[in-house]
Design a protein around this ligand. Structure first.
Ligand code: NAD
Length: 261
């Protein structure tokens, strides 16, 4: 177990990729603070389940990733409770699909806040402790859309490209402090986020559900298979390992060959 006596914060971990990462870090011995939206009863069952299965402490923060003060309070709460935050995974994200001229400005603002600015706010709160301890692993969940674009996703593509830029800059700042900062860029992973954008894409492109899956989602993914949440989580664990000590400022693709084209 590579994260024994370590502690992690994973934003947006009540579902999908974030939840798989939280579980994988707990499996490696880390205490974990999970975060995200959802039904309180379901979240408590998830929290207690990870704690029981892996024998680590698991706390939940309901911090809203659009609210800088709540984000700072979440990191402070994790540091108080665990005595440290060694691993920070910025995973919370939302999607909205629309032609740019019809893109609602409030959706643009929400996507930029959750998918990009929240990572700035968690990082600025967590870095002082990481620097003081001389160790940290910051993993930002970007996307194939951090490297290439698709139409109708202007805000998401802008936010994910921005996240990679911030990752590189902060990686350079922290390079001599034992803190690495990297991105993982998945292609299409089968999660509620992907499922929920199917109706809008059906409307925007006048397609059936099957056509959206085959002709839009998996069209760009040469393997013609979805990535799994566990495959993304395994890369996050690898980035926390000794073997990844010299990896920083990188953007790791796990996209079935999408961005090789
Ligand atoms: P998901 O919808 O299953 O999970 C998103 C998580 O973010 C949930 O826990 C949700 O509650 C949380 N969240 C949303 N808004 C929030 C807010 N305001 N405050 C706090 N938490 C909030 O989605 P997912 O597919 O697991 O996506 C996770 C990350 O992976 C996102 O950053 C997404 O852009 C990225 N990603 C996903 C795919 C994919 O195909 N699913 C591909 C590439 C990148």
């Amino acid at each position: 177990m590579i994260l024994q006596s370590k502690a992690a914060v994973v934003t947006g971990s009540t579902s999908g990729i974030g939840l798989a990462i939280a579980k994988a870090l707990a499996r490696e011995g880390a205490d974990v603070m999970i975060n995200g939206l959802g039904d309180p009863g379901q979240i408590e069952r998830t929290r207690a389940g990870i704690e029981a299965e892996h024998g680590v402490r698991v706390l939940y923060s309901g911090a809203d990733m659009t609210k800088p003060s709540e984000i700072a309070a979440m990191v402070a709460e994790a540091e108080d409770a665990f005595g440290r935050v060694d691993v920070l995974v910025n995973n919370a994200g939302i999607q909205f699909v629309s032609p740019v001229e019809e893109f609602p400005p409030e959706k643009w603002d929400a996507i930029l806040a959750i998918n990009l600015s929240s990572a700035f706010h968690t990082i600025r709160a967590a870095v002082p402790g990481m620097k003081a301890r001389g160790f940290g692993r910051i993993v930002n969940i970007a996307s194939a859309h951090s490297l290439v674009a698709s139409p109708f996703k202007s805000a998401y593509v802008a936010a994910k490209h921005g996240l990679v830029g911030m990752t590189k800059s902060v990686a350079l700042e922290l390079a001599t402090h034992g803190v690495t900062v990297n991105c993982i860029s998945p292609g299409y992973v089968w999660t509620p986020l992907v499922e929920s954008q199917i109706p809008d894409t059906m409307k925007a492109r006048n397609l059936t559900k099957e056509q959206v899956i085959e002709e839009v989602l998996l069209k760009a993914q040469p393997t013609k298979e979805f990535v799994t949440v566990d495959q993304v989580a395994a890369i996050a664990v690898f980035l926390c390992s000794e073997a990844a000590t010299q990896m920083t400022g990188a953007n790791l693709s796990v996209d079935g060959g999408w961005t090789a084209q």
